[in-house]
Every structure is written in structure tokens, then in C-alpha cells.
Design a protein around this ligand. Structure first.
Ligand SMILES: CC(C)(COP(=O)(O)OP(=O)(O)OC[C@H]1O[C@@H](n2cnc3c(N)ncnc32)[C@H](O)[C@@H]1OP(=O)(O)O)[C@@H](O)C(=O)NCCC(=O)NCCS
Length: 166
């Protein structure tokens, strides 16, 4: 991808659900990927925490989460409404994914920075997510601190609780 191709980040909407879920399904195993219904639910109930990345008008990546008073992500929070509470102090990030054809171009970096800036601007105090071992360094480069192995067992993968104070 040449540098002429600009990455733009904006709020996602329900109209994007098929494109977004296609990227999710290409990025995670069937057990780990969020269901399309979960995306639809989040896009209806709290679209202000769902962002898409576009290159030349094509959706190539996503980040989604919710405001919550829960401090850590547990598996039950991936399923329903994620304990959404707009007044909560925390941003829980459920997923970050980039279409395989567009990786290693800084798309995830831009998506993550965007949601972190929005969270700070909306007064959130702390950000939580879980990640697999190979991505610990990626998140540490944003200032996240590894709090060890997560309780999450989705997809039978060992994951780690990563926390960032804003
Ligand atoms: C993890 C994931 C989101 C990263 O997306 P991405 O857009 O490729 O990420 P970025 O390009 O912002 O950064 C990834 C790496 O590419 C490097 N990079 C960024 N721009 C680059 C460029 N122009 N040329 C070469 N490398 C580049 C970054 O330095 C970074 O390197 P690092 O892994 O050593 O830190 C993507 O691989 C993915 O969707 N994976 C599957 C789903 C997943 O695991 N999601 C995370 C769940 S916690």
C-alpha cells in the first residue's frame, strides 16, 4: 500500500455491520469472533464506541468497546451488552481487527489511538482489554501494562489482561 492511500477513522453504524463482521470473521477463530448479532446490538445501543477504518472508501478495520464500571473484561462481557454504562469510568475494548490484506500499514495503530483519545476526551480513567501473548508488546507500546493471565477462556487461548490508565 502506498503512502497516498489515506487511512480515515470514523464512527461505525448499523449499515456497516456486514463489512465489519466480515473483517472480524477473517481475524478470529469461530469461537473467538464476535457474533454478527453482538455487533448489531452494540451498533444499535452504543455506536459511539464502535469505529471503522477506511482506505479509499473501503472498510478495512474496526475497534469496538464500551464504557463500563467494570474494571476487567470477563467472558460474559463479550456476549451481552458488555455491562455498558456510559457513566462508568472505564473503557473496555472488545475487539481490534484489520482485514488481512491491509495489515502492517498502521491501521490498527490509528484505530487504537483514536478510541483512546475519544475515551480520554469523554473522561474515562482507565482502559482494559485482553490479548494473546504475541500482542503484549504491541499494546505495551501504547502504555498498556500486562496484569497477567486473564480469566478469559474463549477459544481455549491463553490471554492476558492489559490495562492503561488515561
Ligand atoms: C493485530 C492486528 C489488529 C494488527 O493490525 P495492523 O493494522 O497490521 O497493525 P499495525 O500496522 O498498526 O501494527 C502492526 C505492526 O506493523 C508494523 N507496521 C506498521 N506500519 C508498517 C509499515 N508501513 N510497514 C511495515 N510495518 C509496519 C507496526 O510497527 C507493528 O509492528 P509490531 O507488531 O512489531 O508492533 C491485526 O494483525 C489483526 O487483525 N489480527 C487478528 C486479530 C487480532 O489478533 N486482534 C487483536 C486482538 S487483541
Amino acid at each position: 500500500m502506498s503512502s497516498e492511500h489515506k487511512i480515515t477513522i470514523s464512527n461505525a453504524s448499523v449499515a456497516d455491520v456486514d463489512d465489519l463482521h466480515n473483517i472480524e470473521a477473517l481475524s478470529f477463530s469461530a469461537e473467538q469472533a464476535a457474533k454478527k448479532e453482538a455487533f448489531r446490538y452494540r451498533l444499535n445501543k452504543f455506536p459511539q464506541w464502535f469505529f471503522k477504518a477506511e482506505i479509499d472508501g473501503k472498510t478495512v478495520g474496526l475497534v469496538n468497546g464500551s464504557s463500563s464500571d467494570h474494571k476487567y473484561i470477563t467472558d460474559d462481557l463479550y456476549l451481552a451488552d458488555g455491562a455498558y454504562n456510559e457513566d462508568g469510568d472505564n473503557l473496555l475494548i472488545y475487539g481490534l481487527a484489520v482485514h488481512p490484506d491491509y495489515r502492517k500499514n498502521g491501521v490498527a495503530h490509528k484505530l487504537l489511538l483514536h478510541i483512546l483519545c475519544v475515551a480520554k476526551a469523554r473522561g474515562k480513567k482507565r482502559v482494559s482489554l485482553t490479548c494473546k501473548e504475541s500482542l503484549i508488546g504491541f499494546y505495551e507500546s501504547f502504555g498498556f501494562v500486562n496484569h497477567g493471565i486473564s480469566e478469559s477462556v474463549i477459544g481455549d487461548v491463553t490471554s492476558y489482561d492489559m490495562e492503561l490508565d488515561l
